[in-house]
Design a protein. Structure first.
Length: 184
C-alpha cells in the first residue's frame, strides 16, 4: 500500500520517529492552514483552519505499507493518545475520517490524488485551540499579544516553531508575526 503523509509544520524539520522515505515533496494539496492552535510549551502550531489562506502543503511517502501501522506511527509522532486526531482517506476501501469542520478537504484530497495514485493519505487533524486556550478571538492582534506575554523561553520556542516552518507555508498571519518579532 502506498501512503502519503501530509505535512505543513514540525513533521518537516523534526520528524523524530515518523516512518517515511527520505524525500520530501513540495507539491502537496492546497489547504487552508494557519497558526491557530496553542500546543505544548505555548507553541503556536499549524492546523487546518477553514476559511483561511490556502497554502501548498508538503508530503512524504510512508515507509510503512500497512495503513493501520502508518496511522498509528503518525499518532505516535504527534504524541496524541487519540487516533481520531489522525485524519485519513483510504482509497482501497473507500473510507475516510476527518474532523467535521474539515470535511470539505475530502474532495480536495480526492482531486489532488487523482494523478498521484496513492492508496491512502494520512494527516494530523487537530482542532484549532487558540480561542479556547486564551479566551479571546483568533486575530493577528491577539496572536501578537499572546506571544508577547510569554516567558522569554516559551516565546523563543514559539517563534522557533514559526521560523522553522517550511518557507512555502505562507499563511495569512506568518509574515506579520515574523516581522513583529524580528530580533526577538
Amino acid at each position: 500500500m502506498r501512503i502519503a503523509i501530509l505535512v505543513w509544520g514540525s513533521l518537516f524539520w523534526d520528524p523524530r520517529n515518523l516512518e517515511k522515505t527520505d524525500e520530501w515533496f513540495y507539491d502537496g494539496p492546497v489547504l487552508p492552514i494557519e497558526f491557530a492552535r496553542i500546543s505544548g510549551g505555548n507553541r503556536l502550531t499549524l492546523v487546518i483552519k477553514p476559511n483561511f489562506g490556502l497554502v501548498h502543503t508538503l508530503y512524504a511517502v510512508s515507509s510503512n505499507d500497512d495503513f493501520i501501522a502508518a496511522r498509528e506511527n503518525l499518532k505516535s509522532r504527534e504524541n496524541t493518545p487519540n487516533i481520531d486526531n489522525i485524519g485519513f482517506i483510504n482509497f482501497t476501501n473507500n473510507t475516510h475520517h476527518v474532523r467535521l469542520s474539515n470535511a470539505f478537504i475530502i474532495d480536495i484530497l480526492h482531486q489532488w490524488n487523482e494523478p498521484k495514485k496513492f492508496d491512502a493519505i494520512i494527516w494530523s487533524d487537530f482542532p484549532p485551540r487558540f480561542t479556547d486556550a486564551i479566551g479571546s478571538p483568533f486575530t493577528l492582534e491577539n496572536i501578537i499579544t499572546f506571544l508577547s506575554g510569554l516567558s522569554e523561553a516559551d516565546k523563543a520556542e514559539a517563534l522557533n516553531y514559526i521560523r522553522n516552518t517550511p518557507n512555502q507555508i505562507t499563511t495569512r498571519f506568518r509574515n506579520s508575526i515574523e516581522q513583529h518579532f524580528v530580533g526577538a
